[in-house]
Write a protein that binds this ligand. Structure first.
Ligand SMILES: [Zn+2]
Length: 313
């Protein structure tokens, strides 16, 4: 409920207090000398260590560091991102928060996406389907006659597609567990093997198609279940239902929520957001998702605007 948000976070000060408790759940610890204990309050934001007199803020070194956006707008963005089933586009966020520019909303969402991957998260295990899919290219789902959003205008040029590797835990007798997604340059062994090794626990049963790229899985400690597609009698969605399902949901989300306007260089972060949502889809409490994302945001390094616009650039 939005009214709950307004009650909990009436101003920036309330947000700052919340971040302080997230960052130092056991009470303040000086980032420089390590001394624990209630700091001096040098100002509304500045905390000063009683031992070494080092000054810091609760936002320093986090994803909220050095941004001109008020903390409350950040919190509201986190609230929207975690309370809307499919998340929110930059244009949507700009509207609901009344942000001055589209660019501000876009950057804010991208910075939050950096906080969606939990460091040291566990690998998938059990029975895991792995395959690749193509994402991007012309947004065929876009309706004619609609006003294009800035995102849609920035749509990929025709024919520009990215390959996304997908791993999905398969539950028996039915249902899916967690997923991992990664953009890969091609469907070669050199691209796909590292993905499998980082995404899946050894000794898992990995279901793949007959592709050459997966041939060495048994040597790497995986059990491989090779599914050979026998012509059109056995389409991919029958033999690899989990990957097929996740691929189609992902594409629908990119086209629907984000109007297909995802640049290849930013696709990685949309994949992170999708993974965050999918892996927490069963969560009963939206409040818990809000908490989790903020909790990860305070341990995520700051990202400059340049890094957001041109990752790996
Ligand atoms: Zn200190």
């Amino acid at each position: 409920m939005w009214s709950e948000f307004l009650d909990w976070f009436p101003d920036d000060e309330a947000c700052l207090g919340y971040l302080e408790r997230l960052r130092w759940p056991q009470g303040f610890v000086c980032p420089r000398c390590g001394q624990a204990g209630e700091p001096y309050r040098a100002s509304r934001k500045r905390l000063m260590c009683r031992g070494c007199r080092y000054q810091c803020t609760a936002t320093a070194g986090t994803v909220f560091d050095k941004t001109r956006t008020p903390l409350r707008s950040w919190f509201a963005a986190v609230w929207y991102v975690t309370n809307q089933k499919y998340g929110v586009s930059a244009l949507g966020l700009q509207r609901v928060l009344g942000l001055g520019s589209y660019q501000t909303a876009w950057t804010l969402l991208h910075r939050l996406r950096r906080a969606m991957v939990r460091p040291g998260r566990e690998r998938l295990s059990g029975v895991v389907e792995v395959d690749e899919t193509y994402v991007g290219g012309p947004a065929r789902g876009a309706k004619k006659g609609c006003l294009p959003s800035p995102e849609a205008e920035a749509r990929l040029p025709h024919g520009t597609k990215s390959i996304v590797a997908i791993a999905v835990e398969v539950h028996e007798p039915k249902g899916f567990g967690r997923i991992r997604l990664r953009r890969v340059p091609d469907a070669s062994e050199r691209s796909l093997l590292p993905f499998v090794q980082e995404a899946i626990e050894p000794d898992s049963l990995v279901r793949t198609d007959g592709a050459f790229a997966y041939r060495s899985l048994p040597e790497r400690g995986y059990r491989r279940h090779r599914i050979v597609l026998l012509g059109s009698e056995d389409p991919a969605h029958v033999s690899m239902p989990a990957v097929h399902r996740v691929a189609s949901l992902l594409k629908r989300w990119l086209l629907g929520t984000h109007q297909g306007g995802v640049q290849p260089q930013q696709l990685d972060y949309y994949l992170d957001e999708y993974t965050f949502r999918f892996n927490r889809r069963a969560s009963q409490s939206r409040g818990l998702l809000f908490y989790r994302l903020l909790e990860q945001a305070v341990v995520t390094d700051p990202v400059t605007y340049a890094e957001v616009v041109a990752p790996n650039g």
